[in-house]
Design a protein around this ligand. Structure first.
Ligand SMILES: [Zn+2]
Length: 345
């Protein structure tokens, strides 16, 4: 197969300031076919490029995916902050191949990662990529979605995701461009969902379905889970963290309740948002449940003692420090969110 490519550059082309971007949606069995598709429908992203888009044989993906159950593939994102070395490959990504179509769950933190996800799917299947399911609004999960949409996928998220993303598009873009570096981040933009799920819906992949469930505010206010009907595997997004310090951006009490409800749901394995990439269930949620309980207990103790937020944020949750990587990057902010929420109890 042949794929379309374009070299994107920052301003004038120069060393280290360009990135070769893949343009899904122009794939063809011959180079002539790929070129004809480019001529018929010139890609918007290539409009300002120094050289026109071109076609080349499809290459292998740089992302490793393991087949964790029949037809279910999972990639473990690095336990790290987004940076030039990982290009935002810091959250888990999965895809499910059915008899008629493929669905992708989360997409990594830059367009470059999303392009690699597309190539990883295509190494295993030429079936249509019907849907990209975004488990929540966080930038490390969504910036990779546009190239998959260009390949034909419908972008699906929880009700409210589109508004949450458009409200944060500027700040997420600036933050990730700074972390990853503007060259590696070239072409990245916040996606807009094509479909929002308010309660329960399913995506039909032929011989299996992905059953989507909108969750109440927990990790964020846009949490959506998916269950594969064929294997029972539950894709939790960041409603489950392993190894990587949890990040609270919704409601502490809500997250405790949603996690408890999910742990009562039968699943042979879950794919968490970070760590794993598969965990046994419900045991795989135990460490996070404990962390959230410690966060709540420490916060209530600080409030009962009348300690101000500035002092409390330095101590709340510290007993968990040894149990998580990147702890100091996240815990103080979690403590602040918890304090602000629980002071109104
Ligand atoms: Zn998240």
């Amino acid at each position: 197969m042949f794929e379309a490519l374009v070299t994107l550059c920052l301003g004038a082309a120069g060393a280290g300031s360009c990135r070769e971007a893949l343009l899904p949606g122009y794939a063809a069995t011959t180079e002539t076919g790929c070129r004809a598709a480019l001529a018929a429908r010139p890609p918007e992203i290539a409009r300002d490029a120094a050289a026109p888009a071109r076609c080349a044989p499809r290459r292998a993906s740089r992302l490793a995916f393991d087949e964790v159950a029949p037809g279910v593939f999972a990639h473990r994102g690095e336990i790290a902050e987004p940076g030039p070395d990982n290009l935002g490959d810091v959250s888990n990504i999965a895809f499910v191949i059915g008899a008629a179509a493929v669905a992708v769950i989360d997409t990594g933190g830059s367009r470059a990662v999303g392009e690699e996800v597309y190539l990883a799917v295509r190494e295993r299947s030429e079936l249509p990529i019907a849907a990209v399911i975004l488990t929540h609004m966080h930038p490390d999960h969504v910036f990779g979605a546009p190239p998959l949409a260009e390949a034909g996928a419908e972008i699906v998220g929880r009700a409210g995701l589109g508004r949450a993303l458009s409200d944060r598009a500027g700040s997420y873009g600036e933050a990730f461009a700074a972390l990853i570096g503007p060259a590696g981040f070239l072409g990245s933009r916040i996606p807009a969902p094509d479909r929002e799920v308010a309660e329960d819906e399913a995506i039909d992949l032929g011989d299996r379905r992905l059953e989507l469930r909108a969750r109440p505010t927990a990790h964020t206010a846009s949490d959506l889970t998916a269950t594969d009907s064929a294997t029972g595997i539950l894709f939790t997004g960041d409603l489950v963290f392993a190894e990587h310090a949890p990040a609270l951006d919704g409601s502490l009490r809500g997250w405790q309740a949603v996690l408890a409800a999910m742990r009562a749901e039968a699943a042979p394995l879950v794919v968490p948002g970070h760590g794993g990439p598969v965990l046994p269930w419900p045991d795989g949620g135990a460490a996070l449940a404990r962390y959230l309980d410690v966060l709540a207990a420490d916060t209530r103790a600080a409030l009962d003692a009348g300690r101000p937020l500035s002092a409390a944020a330095r101590t709340i949750g510290q007993g968990e420090a040894a149990n998580w990587r990147l702890f100091d990057l996240y815990n103080a902010r979690n403590a602040t969110v918890a304090y602000t929420e629980l002071e109104w109890e």
